[in-house]
Design a protein around this ligand. Structure first.
Ligand code: SAM
Length: 269
């Protein structure tokens, strides 16, 4: 997108600083990003040359996870938090391919997501895009649009895919997860993917994320697993993304990029 083309500020979009949603759009090879976002990604690519592949691994596990939750578990409600800009194979497309009646509420705090999400709204009446901040989970849960699509008396897939690492420790990510899980009944599932402090390169990338983007906490496998406390973790547990129920063969030894994010799914008993 061209910075000069539009009065972005009137939409609440700051083109002078990189945004998480737009930087992620860069690595997914989308078009909804600005020079400042591309410059940020270039800095990270110097440390993690496989960064574009990492974004692909994250989108792939999102697809496998949603297919599993809609198919094998039979969930029909998806609360996708930190959903990002609409891109190929979104949660509603994967879920509604399995079950046409699946409902998806997308929540993100970046105004660009809502601006582009309007096309999703037009696509079908079982999908909505809400602008809200995950750091205020009570507000997300009380949002009228979320409640129009999600019945909190029936099991929900709570998706925190590629987002919890953008919350600082002092913002209480664990409490936020617990608040969300308290609001959903038994049989609901939690789906998390997260940057992992799995290599020297990951540590160096964390420094750059914090310096240039302001967020990006690479947690240990133990810290990531702790988000699932009190839940029944599904096989194979919290693992590097390519190892979570892969569709095909995976190499015996994983690269730095293949270990950069960990993820898993668990069931609320
Ligand atoms: N979930 C998608 C995926 O994994 O493909 C997108 C992940 S993207 C890396 C993270 C998203 O979280 C961005 O779109 C960003 O705007 C959003 N985000 C960051 N902090 C947030 C917050 N406090 N509340 C809501 N959304 C947030």
């Amino acid at each position: 997108m061209a910075e000069q083309e539009y009065d972005w500020a009137s939409l609440g979009i700051d083109v002078t600083k990189p945004s998480i949603a737009r930087a992620y759009d860069v690595v997914l090879k989308g078009k909804d990003n600005f020079e400042v976002d591309r410059a940020f990604v270039d800095q990270i690519v110097k440390i993690i040359p496989e960064l574009y592949d990492v974004a692909a691994y994250n989108r792939e596990i999102l697809g496998r996870g949603v297919r599993y939750l809609a198919g094998e578990v039979g969930l029909r409600q998806f609360l996708d938090l930190g959903s990002g800009l609409p891109t190929v194979r979104n949660t509603h497309q994967v879920a509604q391919e399995v079950a046409a009646d699946a409902r998806v509420a997308y929540v993100d705090n970046d105004p660009i997501v809502l601006a582009h999400g309007r096309a999703l709204l037009a696509e079908n009446d079982r999908t909505t895009v809400v602008t809200a901040d995950l750091r205020e989970p009570e507000k997300v849960l009380a949002d009228a649009d979320v409640r129009r699509l999600i019945d909190f008396d029936r099991p929900v897939a709570v998706m925190l895919v590629g987002i919890l690492h953008h919350l600082h420790d002092e913002e209480g990510p664990q409490r936020i997860v617990e608040t969300l899980l308290d609001a959903v009944p038994s049989g609901s599932h939690l789906f998390v993917t997260h940057f992992c402090a799995s290599s020297e390169e990951a540590r160096a990338a964390e420094e750059q994320y914090l310096a240039l983007l302001g967020t990006g906490r690479f947690r240990t496998p133990e810290e990531i697993t702790a988000y699932f406390g009190g839940l029944e973790l599904l096989e194979p547990g919290v693992v590097p993304l390519p190892l979570w129920r892969p569709d095909g063969e995976v190499p015996a030894e994983l690269t730095v990029g293949q270990r950069l994010m960990y993820g898993g799914i668990a069931r609320k008993p």
